[in-house]
Design a protein around this ligand. Structure first.
Ligand code: AMP
Ligand code: MG
Length: 404
């Protein structure tokens, strides 16, 4: 049986980044930029005041102090969004607001707090260095420079930058569409009555949520019964998407068809991984599309998605940061791992005075979903570690950042 790393590597080796599409900038958040964005003009576009105050010639106020203020003639004022009506000369100033364009002749701004308005002028109580309180044209980015580099994951500041260089539409890597097929005669959907012998199809929804969480689009193909023909039809339909995910039907039971379908209709790349939960996992290619057959048990399918489908979808999306953040934590309980497989244990991680602590989020049975509703990480118990005791150091993959 192959290891988690081997399985992940094989899958990633078959996954390619999707092509480019153009979207309005707000739709690009969290996605991968697929072009370099250049500044078409300086940012800021002109020298402007960083403060409300008076635009002055620094040499005029060089000797100013509260005991001997310098009096300047005020020629007028300029607000943000307007241009100064005149340049200033020796002994002159213009009242200026934050963001307003600097008048010609002025090289500094004295904050209004350090001045006093007089009849036709202003008393300046402090000197100003040349350039003081001025934001210079091109200070942020110069015309022609790269403002944002291709390949970066787009964050809110990037969207502001796109807007400031006048970009309304931007090239990003297309969002993968993921066909989700759940298999099993025992399944009924959430809006149907629960009759004896049946269980609700929760996998379709937990997997779709994981797909959305990773920035992709789920295509809900519903439940297929345990029949090879029915599954084949759905898988062919699913091949219209960028990836097909199935749940159930990958173990060694008589009604486990996913493996057979891959053998017949596509390329079966591997089956089974040395992981607990989630040993049954099928990976293959159908009509050129990757298909991941997740196990049926609710927790197994989610943990397997985390380890294999999530990195694959991130790679398709153009992302290079595809691993979950891991932390070292102190385990607070006892745990046995006699499986000989890597155990991905559902835990609750907390941070206490800068130290991460981990405890079980509940039963570790593959069928129980509740511990997945409480867990914020997966504790990685290596194949050769048979027992963990309180105080042992462990590695945990985090689903989200943890704060104190
Ligand atoms: P299987 O791998 O198909 O044998 O599925 C194993 C077990 O997982 C089944 O007996 C069900 O209890 C459970 N299961 C399978 N599919 C689903 C599903 N879509 N939603 C919830 N539980 C499921
Ligand atoms: Mg089944």
């Amino acid at each position: 049986m192959i290891s988690i790393e081997e399985a992940r590597e094989i899958i990633l080796g078959k996954i390619e980044r999707l092509e480019t599409e153009e979207v309005p900038i707000l739709e690009s958040l969290g996605r991968v930029l697929d072009e370099d964005i250049y500044a078409e003009a300086d940012i800021p576009p002109f020298d402007n005041s960083a403060m409300d105050g008076y635009a002055v010639r620094s040499e005029d106020v060089a000797g100013a102090w509260p005991g001997e203020p310098v009096e300047l003639t005020v020629l007028g004022d300029v607000a943000a969004g307007y241009v100064p009506e005149s340049p200033i000369g020796k002994g002159e100033a213009i009242r200026i607001m934050t963001g307003a364009q600097m008048p010609e002749g002025a090289d500094a701004v004295v904050m209004v707090e350090n001045t006093e308005h007089t009849g036709g002028g202003v008393l300046v109580f402090t000197p100003a260095r040349p350039g003081e309180n001025v934001r210079f044209a091109g200070e942020d980015i110069k015309k022609g420079d790269v403002a944002l580099k291709r390949g970066k994951k787009i964050i809110p500041g990037d969207i502001g930058m796109m807007a400031s260089v006048g970009k309304a539409v931007v090239k990003v890597v297309r969002k993968p569409v993921v066909a989700i097929i759940t298999t099993g005669d025992e399944l009924v959907d959430i809006d149907k009555p629960l009759v004896p012998g049946k269980i609700r199809n929760s996998n379709a929804y937990s997997i779709a949520a994981q797909v959305i969480d990773v920035g992709c689009v789920p295509l809900m193909l519903g439940i297929v019964p345990d029949s090879q023909e029915a599954l084949m039809t759905k898988v062919e339909e699913g091949a219209g998407a960028d990836m097909i995910i199935t749940t159930g039907g990958v173990s060694v039971g008589d009604y486990d068809f996913v493996k057979d379908i891959l053998d017949q209709a596509g390329e079966m790349v591997f089956w089974q991984v040395a992981m607990k939960p989630g040993k049954p996992l099928a990976f293959g290619i159908v009509q050129g599309k990757p298909i991941i057959g997740l196990p049926g048990y609710p927790t197994s399918s989610m943990v397997s998605f985390e380890q294999f489908a999530r990195p694959a979808l991130l790679k398709m999306s153009g992302r290079t940061d595809i691993a979950r953040m891991t932390v070292e934590a102190i385990f607070e309980e006892s745990f046995k791992n006699r499986s000989g497989r890597r155990n991905m244990v559902r835990v609750i991680v907390s941070k206490d005075n800068g130290i991460f602590k981990a405890r079980l989020s509940g039963s570790q049975k593959s069928g129980s979903l509740k511990p997945m509703t409480l867990a914020n990480g997966l504790m990685v118990v290596p194949e050769d570690v048979e027992e963990l005791h309180p105080g042992d150091k462990v590695t945990v993959q985090l689903f989200e950042p943890i704060t104190d």
